[in-house]
Ligand binder design. Structure first.
Ligand SMILES: [Zn+2]
Length: 439
């Protein structure tokens, strides 16, 4: 048995290949670059990416298809497809079925896709091998891509180097090592912005059963945001958003929500975990995306009689852009319950203002930020300042106090610092409770 990994992966030394392909000839500098459990076969600026686990070596993206094209090998919805077993005997073959998706480098848009079947054979393990240039290398494996039982292409990998020769058997096209370039600077890989830094399958899982959630764009600059299920997979949706924007991710749109955010690679990609699955999110423009936990406030009973932001003409007299909360119509005497765990910081017991008898509670949401809720138009408050309350705990009973034409629970939500940060156009940190309440 031969472990193919040290042959395929090399140790990063650069060397020159002489090539004769389709009437063209010349030389090209190549190098294998290792990054974690990935390695790149770099050819000039273009590259092919592989990774491995204890049993298998996988091929994933290849930017050398053409100057304007790249492709990604996929299997079972995962980026990267098994290519060879790590440990093979001479003469042994490895067969696999995979999907190849072809894309445009400029837009990341899908050009074509095809289901293919690959068979690789370990032809021989050579103690020494003499290449056409006269260069002799030790420890060379010779592999073949088999079509119809016959070798279509031959690959030669030398331990410590990587791919040192290639041959297209029928056409006679070939390349082979012609010069060692020790001490040369590393090649600079071209950037294909649609490909993430790390395609490891751990971070690529197909979307399924995604539930709605909220994500918040952090930073202040205008941001183009695309959420997708994996590298090279077309945008599921693109938002134009700016810092502070809360984005509602809907399952129907097959986007990628989550409750854990991790900066990934250059910071342009995020891995988001949700229900044990991990999804990739790309954030263009250098901004990060923080998905808030799939956390919801308790929904007050009753039916919605007025949404946030409605009737600006009425609320202008209080210098508000519109209704500063949501109204839920309920019968007089209905129990008002705390929308979330918190501490009562104000109880107004007189019917002498717009809210009438009302209760205000301070909360810390699972995203770590501080919020306040106001529940108004009560006939009776059941808590006092300083009380620690739990979600669902009765805090009052609905009445007709304050500015009201019928019994309803007015619910306002404030996020600390939201006005100053420009997250809301309301004064007093009012934000739309619908962001946290399922209406
Ligand atoms: Zn109201």
């Amino acid at each position: 048995m031969t472990d193919l990994l040290p042959y395929l992966k090399g140790d990063g030394r650069p060397y020159e290949l002489e090539y004769k392909i389709a009437g063209n000839s010349g030389t090209q500098t190549v190098q294998t670059q290792e990054e974690g459990k990935l390695f790149y076969n770099v050819k000039g600026q273009e590259w092919e990416r592989l990774y491995w686990d204890p049993e298998t070596i996988y091929r994933e993206a290849d930017t050398s298809e053409a100057p304007d094209k790249y492709y990604v090998q996929m299997k079972d919805g995962v980026s990267g497809a098994d290519w060879v077993k790590r440990n093979m005997d001479p003469g042994e073959e490895y067969q696999t079925d995979l999907l190849v998706k072809h894309y445009w480098k400029a837009t990341g848009e899908l050009r074509a896709e095809a289901q293919v079947s690959n068979t690789l054979r370990l032809v021989a393990v050579h103690d020494t091998y003499t290449f056409k240039s006269g260069i002799i290398l030790q420890d060379v494996v010779e592999m073949a891509w088999i079509i119809g039982g016959q070798p279509e292409e031959l690959y030669y990998y030398a331990k410590g180097y990587g791919l040192v020769a290639w041959k297209q058997v029928k056409r006679g096209w070939e390349s082979y090592i012609c010069e060692e370039l020790l001490g040369r600077p590393d090649l600079v890989r071209e950037v294909v912005r649609w490909l993430p830094d790390d395609p490891s399958p751990l971070y690529y899982k197909p979307t399924s059963d995604i539930k709605p959630c909220l994500m918040r764009v952090v930073g202040s600059a205008a941001t183009m945001l695309s959420v997708r299920t994996g590298p090279g997979i077309n945008h599921d949706r693109v938002w134009k958003a700016k810092g502070g924007t809360l984005i509602q991710v809907n399952s129907a749109e097959k986007t990628a929500p989550g409750n854990v955010w991790a900066e990934w690679g250059s910071g342009l990609w995020c891995a988001i975990e949700y229900n044990g699955d991990t999804y990739m999110t790309r954030v263009d423009g250098g901004e990060a995306l923080v998905p808030d936990e799939p956390f919801r406030l308790l929904r007050p009973k009753g039916y919605v009689t007025q949404l946030f932001g409605k009737r600006p003409e009425v609320y202008a007299r209080w210098n508000l852009p519109g209704h500063e909360g949501i109204d839920f119509g309920v019968p007089i005497g209905s129990t008002v319950r705390a929308l979330h765990d918190g501490t009562v910081y104000r109880v107004h017991l007189k019917d002498d203002n717009n809210y009438g008898i009302h209760v205000r509670i301070a909360h810390v949401f699972p995203n770590g930020k501080e919020y306040k809720t106001i529940q108004a138009h009560m006939r009776l408050a059941l808590v006092k300042v300083g009380d620690v309350v739990v979600r669902g705990q009765p805090v009052g009973e609905i009445g007709l106090t304050g500015n009201t034409t019928g019994p309803h629970e007015h619910t306002s939500l404030k996020e600390k610092g939201a006005t100053a940060a420009g997250l809301t156009n309301y004064p007093g940190d009012f934000i739309d409770p619908a962001l946290w309440i399922d209406l």
